[in-house]
Design a protein around this ligand. Structure first.
Ligand SMILES: [Zn+2]
Length: 155
């Protein structure tokens, strides 16, 4: 599945709690995720401006938003309870990397931009998943393939 490119027109009619651009994008993205996910327990909860509740994990998502001729990467945070995190990311080793990578947003944005620009092509399963169009560089993709990406990406 190709990455969805959001536009500011997608915000038409959106109402988030505070109404700022990030929260409105979060509301649109939560709707998008809810429609996409199967077998996800509970509802998609975005964090807005608050921190994750005790016992939950803050998971970033990258949204590609078209602004004029370019694409901007916007980060929206989702709060996941343990069973939600497991449903979303079944591999335990990848799950264990979530907090570490969630603290490295600028590095991940650089990887996304290099992949998009075609200046970085990872090898093996990561490269194959992207080249066949099966995956796009979502946070989940980055966390799943981080050992390869970290080794091969030169900022
Ligand atoms: Zn807001």
């Amino acid at each position: 599945m190709a990455e969805r490119i959001f536009t500011l027109d997608d915000l038409t009619g959106t109402r988030s709690v505070c109404g700022c651009l990030t929260c409105d994008l979060g509301a649109v993205f939560a709707h998008h995720l809810t429609a996409l996910r199967t077998d996800y327990p509970g509802t998609v909860t975005t964090l807005g401006h608050r921190g994750a509740s005790p016992g939950t994990t803050a998971v970033p998502h990258f949204l590609a938003v078209r602004l004029g001729d370019g694409l901007a990467d916007v980060v929206v945070w989702e709060e996941m309870r343990p069973q939600q995190l497991t449903a979303w990311l079944p591999a335990a080793d990848a799950r264990a990397r979530v907090p570490q990578l969630a603290a490295r947003i600028p590095s991940l944005v650089r990887v996304r931009q290099a992949l998009r620009a075609g200046t970085f092509t990872p090898s093996g399963a990561a490269g194959e998943a992207l080249s066949t169009g099966g995956r796009y560089p979502s946070f989940r993709f980055l966390v799943e393939h981080w050992p390869t990406l970290k080794k091969e990406f030169t900022p």
